[in-house]
Design a protein around this ligand. Structure first.
Ligand code: FRU
Length: 494
């Protein structure tokens, strides 16, 4: 960041210039993480959808690469995935040089392979580690006959018992996930539909099926990630998930909320307004899925005041499936590789203090624009306590992160945290109820130049929000309401 580009994140993926949204084709190959993404090479708002490309060794520092696949008048390149076809089952590479294979959505324009407006799934491949991409001659490889205008977002996973690939896609406006199988990545056979569970919202987008260990058990379960827009828990776009079984044909959700249940009963990957279209990195090292999400919300993403770039990815997260009070739940944490990188980037400063009714400046060591903060609070006699970050002089200003011990909720309030008048849909605050209330709470807070990600309750409750603070507002303070709170604050400047 700099005064002329004050909202450029220090620890999140952005493009040098122009618009980006969903991460696509996340893959780890030969020691490098690749992130492709929905990208407009020609402007700072959605359009000309192409696949941008960035690479990283540590999931924090990203190097932008040439555009991987560029929109043409005939075809835009919508979201999709990449796998390394190790055995060259597709025949698109060779045994010595296995291809990287992308499955993506062709969104057809005039004179395309299908009528204008149709969406179908296509293949592209790379024989040079993801640098250059060729489209497969037989595209599209999967169409819903005769055609469908909302059939998109292929993501595939290997199903070992059947020795085939399983693809999840959506018919977005019908709120249905469609699954297919293939042994060669080119011919796809229909398996089944998944629908009628959880929050229905408007569009269903970017589904993914992941096989996961249940922590502290020998059991495994299948988890379905699903982005919905609008109808998310914080308004507009949001991501829910389902836990259940997959028998090679059909996914069955267990303990899912009914479609007409209150939104709180669905399971959400994030309770903030800016976490969408996350999917996992194929082949990532480690035994946990590592997700990258887009930190945006279709309600206002095209109006946010950044330039010449617009759109940022969230911090990569690793997922663990844990037993909750009522059902299995996903726990998110900053992915280990990313976390180690962040921890190397700055020395940790710690401070213990007891705060009464006045706003207490945390001092020079805790000022900053980008920080990794660990916050422990014991609300001994207080009702509510928290921190005000990125604030200037006025006590009313700043990003307010608080815990209310009576309701057991964590709240992120961005309403006084800088520029917010660019859209009436830029919602003021977001809340999440922790599984148990009590006087103590621990939060991991990743603050960056225009975003905050708050991990609570061991990561089962997360709030990710963008916000656009003044360059000069860098103060950090602690507050406590109606009584005292003991704070332990640890911070690293990034
Ligand atoms: C989700 C999404 C996808 C689509 C892409 C287009 O944010 O709408 O469904 O493939 O973005 O950019």
């Amino acid at each position: 960041p700099s005064p002329s580009d004050p909202w450029r994140p220090a620890a999140h993926l952005t493009a040098g210039k122009n618009w980006l949204n969903d991460p696509n084709g996340l893959v780890y190959h030969d020691g490098t993480y690749h992130a492709f993404y929905q990208y407009n090479p020609r402007g700072n708002s959605w359009g000309n959808m192409s696949w941008g490309h960035s690479t990283s060794q540590d999931l924090i520092h990203w190097e932008q690469q040439p555009v991987a696949m560029e929109a043409s008048p005939e075809e835009e390149i919508f979201s999709g995935c990449i796998v390394v076809d190790k055995n060259n089952a597709s025949g698109l590479g060779s045994a010595e040089n296995p291809p990287m294979v992308a499955l993506y959505t062709s969104a057809y324009g005039k004179n395309g392979a299908l009528p204008e407006g149709a969406q179908a799934q296509s293949v592209a491949f790379s024989l040079d580690n993801g640098t250059s991409w060729q489209k497969y001659q037989g595209n599209p490889v999967l169409n819903l006959a005769p055609t469908n205008n909302n059939f998109r977002d292929p993501k595939i996973t290997w199903y070992e018992p059947g020795r085939y690939w399983v693809m999840t896609t959506v018919v977005a406006d019908a709120q249905v996930v469609k699954m297919f199988k293939s042994t060669d990545l080119l011919h796809w056979d229909f398996l089944s539909d998944f629908s009628g569970a959880g929050a229905q919202g408007g569009l269903w987008e970017v589904p993914e099926l992941i096989h996961m260990d249940v922590e502290d058990s020998t059991a495994k379960k299948w988890v379905m990630l699903l982005s919905i827009n609008p109808g998310g828990i914080a308004g507009g776009s949001g991501m829910q998930y389902f836990v259940g079984e997959f028998d090679g044909t059909r996914f069955t959700a267990e303990n899912a909320a009914a479609p007409d249940a209150p939104l709180e009963e669905s399971q959400w990957l994030d309770h903030g307004a800016d976490y969408y279209a996350a999917n996992s990195i194929s082949g990532a090292p480690g035994d946990k899925p590592v997700l990258l999400g887009w930190m945006g919300n279709w309600d206002y993403a095209q109006d946010v005041p950044t330039t010449p770039w617009r759109g940022s990815m969230a911090i990569p997260r690793e997922l663990t499936l844990v037993k909750g009070a009522k059902r299995l739940e996903l726990r998110s944490a900053i992915a280990q590789v990313a976390r180690e990188t962040l921890e190397r980037s700055g020395e940790a400063k710690s401070k213990n203090l007891t705060v009464g009714s006045s706003l207490t400046d945390l001092g020079q060591d805790f000022r900053g624009r980008s920080q990794l903060i660990e916050l422990d609070m014991d609300l001994t006699s207080a009702r509510e306590a928290g921190v005000l970050l990125r604030h200037s002089s006025g006590p009313g200003s700043g990003l307010r992160i608080s815990y209310n011990k009576e309701s057991g909720t964590v709240r992120v309030d961005r309403s006084q945290a800088g520029t917010s008048n660019f859209s009436p849909k830029f919602s003021p605050f977001h809340e999440v109820a922790l599984p148990s209330s009590g006087s103590r709470v621990s939060l991991t807070i990743l603050l960056d130049s225009s975003s905050v990600e708050v991990f609570a309750a061991g990561g089962t409750a997360v709030v990710s929000d963008t916000f656009f603070p003044d360059w000069d507002s860098t103060a950090a303070s602690a507050f406590s309401m109606d009584g005292d709170t003991d704070f332990i604050v640890t911070s690293r400047t990034l």
